[in-house]
Design a protein around this ligand. Sequence first.
Ligand code: NAG
Ligand code: NAG
Ligand code: NAG
Length: 328
Amino acid sequence: MMLPFFLFTALVGFVTAGNAGWGEPCSQENNRLQLGTWQFWDECNSKTYCAANSTCAHKGCRRDDYPFGYNVGSDFAPKCPRGTFCPDEEDACMPQQPVDSPCQLNRDDQCQGPPDFKALAGKNELGLNVNGSVCINNVCMWANVTEGEPCAVENTPYIVYGVSRQETVDIVSRGNCRLGLYCDAQQHRCIAARRIGEECDADKECETFNCLSSGRCGAIPRKPSEVGVWVYVLVCVGIILGMFGTLFGLYWVHRSQREAERERRLQYWREQNMFHQSLTQLKETARSSIMSVRSSVSLMPGQSDSQQPILQHPVPRAPSSLRYQHIE
Ligand SMILES: *[C@@H]1O[C@H](CO)[C@@H](O)[C@H](O)[C@H]1NC(C)=O
Ligand SMILES: *[C@@H]1O[C@H](CO)[C@@H](O)[C@H](O)[C@H]1NC(C)=O
Ligand SMILES: *[C@@H]1O[C@H](CO)[C@@H](O)[C@H](O)[C@H]1NC(C)=O
């Protein structure tokens, strides 16, 4: 199935939008769905559609809240009220169609809802049906087929791109089974969807519409991940530990720095003290030597003050007198 599809892709290529403006000629025969995205395309630009008289006319309705291609603040066509729909061409609102009427690809909203729409309507926004009705193979149906009963299935290949722009195909398979069932493409019968953790081959086989690459059903991708209480506790403990760890770490660093600084100062003090002591010793030695010289020469008696520092000591005077005595 994939090889011819790729060949087809290579031949057709992609065109994003038509560019014919209002009043310009166009041909409805060129209306088509773009391959790979299955988006509707015509020759007219995004503000116009190709009318029956083969000219581009202003659009009569819109499907998006903020339609593409309009300037900010400009007027655009209204959305369609309940019970009607805006077709892919966006020409005018049309009433919803009964069962077995034609509809456009994936436009479940073009079909009238069943009487028991409340029980059949799809939940979880998985796109299984709209108000209990589905458009399968361009025919309106109700999604009401029960388990084991024959069903209709439609496989649509979409082109998807990987991280490095490699092209792959994502096949979306839809059917008219009730919620919780899927239409098997081989047997064409409704089969119960599998729960999380059970084996699967395609997304549609899972209740959650998410078949993981491991071949088992996973949780709904958009479901917010819930974490256990222990994670919160762990995070809180981590935050508190981080706070106090930083606090004590800084305390230890500062303390060791302070210790080192104190040790340095102590060392400096010891050195200074040593210098002081040796200086005092030097003084003592000098004084004693001078004293011995004095006593031997018997100088003035008032000069024996031991508290006087060595530099203020009248040393120069004493030797000078000594010298004079020697000379005399
Ligand atoms: C073509 O049809 C559209 C829609 O009906 C209309 O608005 C437009 O005036 C028509 N153009 C011509 C040239 O008749
Ligand atoms: C769903 O379908 C029922 C039956 O056709 C209809 O009455 C109801 O308005 C629809 N609800 C919505 C939201 O379209
Ligand atoms: C189921 O839907 C089909 C249309 O798709 C309808 O013809 C048929 O009557 C419905 N069956 C039940 C039991 O409602």
